[in-house]
Design a protein around this ligand. Structure first.
Ligand code: SF4
Length: 372
């Protein structure tokens, strides 16, 4: 059994109706429980929970501090390539966009690592477009030893791979893998993934199963908020997490909740989520799962990040550039994947975190802890 089989238990329209039929009593019951199930999660993300936001935020803050202390982990993305063989309607790197393409060579990667290292980071997120020919496993096998020298935790966000390929990359130093389903609605998925391997909904959906079997230390999941009705899509994220935790209990998990941002070839957003609703979702994830890491990127505004930070977030990016070569070189803005909203430096971000009484965690992991 993989998640693509499990998901057949959840019919999209039934889930949506069930979320929208939750009432205040369901929300109160969910708030009173210490172990929540998926029905409780539906109640917490429903419109009926909106008047309970303050109670949700207080409980979310308490649970987060109990499990993670008053800490925020910092990471930074390193874009290695904007080559991509897919057409996704919402992304600046999409194959049909006429932008200059580049893939960093080993010297450029070294230069980027040195520039990032000066900012203090130990956790790095390697990002590429999805091009197996240009940035496939052979490229990562060259790049990872260059990067590994500088960082204690490596996360990748690249095309979904086979189990044996993940096993190779884990041996080369990868600790965590992020793969976002974008939307769990297969029809909408097909409308936005027009060409390339990414158009295979099922292959992507079963990626976390391959990761679990490969023995990855941590995996990340989420949907791209705005492609579909957000409450229903986020229910599927919670259901996916629940399934994975039971089956691959040795791995840790992290959830992101990116909202669609303007990009090259920008498209209309189907389901707008306002700031209050994003806070509601963050708190709902925390109440549903006190163990999961919740990550907030620089897609979100300075104002929003300042206010939401204590309510459940455990992981923050800072000083991000979404263009290959964006740290060591003055790369052209035209190469970026999407616009950054919070452009504060890592030092400024660290000051803000400390001013809120939190400790910045630059390093909480070393690959040697799991190296064979
Ligand atoms: S979202 Fe990923 S796969 Fe799709 S075009 Fe962008 S980089 Fe390529």
């Amino acid at each position: 059994m993989t998640f693509s089989e499990q998901i057949k238990n959840y019919q999209w329209d039934d889930i949506r109706l069930s979320i929208y039929s939750k009432n205040a009593e369901h929300v109160k019951r969910a708030l009173s429980k210490s172990r929540l199930d998926l029905e409780d999660f539906k109640a917490l993300i429903s419109p009926a929970a909106e008047p309970f936001l303050e109670q949700m935020a207080l409980k979310s803050q308490r649970l987060t501090q109990q499990r993670f202390g008053k800490t925020q982990q910092f990471y930074i993305p390193l874009y290695l390539s904007n080559m991509c063989s897919n057409i996704c309607t919402y992304c600046g790197f999409s194959m049909h966009n006429a932008i200059r393409r580049t893939t960093l060579d080993m010297q450029q990667i070294e230069d980027e690592c040195l520039a990032i290292k000066k900012m203090g980071f130990e956790h790095i997120l390697l990002v590429t477009g999805e091009s197996e020919r240009k940035v496939g496993v052979e490229y990562f096998k060259q790049a990872l030893p260059v990067i590994k020298k500088h960082f204690s935790h490596i996360t990748i966000e690249v095309q979904p791979l086979e189990q044996n390929e993940y096993e190779v990359l884990i041996d080369y130093g990868v600790d965590s893998v992020l793969v976002y389903q974008e939307t769990y609605n297969s029809v909408t998925y097909a409308e936005h993934h027009l060409k390339g391997k990414k158009s295979d909904f099922i292959y992507r959906l079963d990626t976390h199963d391959r990761l679990g079997k490969a023995g990855i230390h941590k995996m990340g999941l989420g949907c791209l908020i705005g492609l579909e009705e957000w409450r229903t899509d986020c229910f599927y994220v919670a259901a996916h997490l629940s399934y994975l935790e039971k089956k691959y209990w040795q791995s840790r998990y992290t959830i992101s909740f990116p909202r669609l941002r303007p990009c090259e070839g920008g498209m209309e957003i189907k389901s707008e989520m306002n700031d209050k609703q994003l806070v509601q979702l963050i708190c709902a994830y925390r109440l549903f799962n006190p163990e999961v890491e919740l990550s907030l990127s620089t897609r979100e505004s300075e104002h929003f990040r300042n206010h939401v930070l204590p309510l459940g977030i455990t992981t923050l990016s800072a000083g991000s550039s979404t263009q290959p070569g964006g740290y060591a070189q003055q790369a052209e803005k035209a190469l970026e994947q999407f616009e950054i909203s919070d452009d504060r430096s890592p030092a400024q971000m660290a000051e803000l975190v400390k001013a809120q009484g939190y400790e910045v965690v630059w390093k909480d992991w070393d690959h040697s802890l799991t190296a064979k």
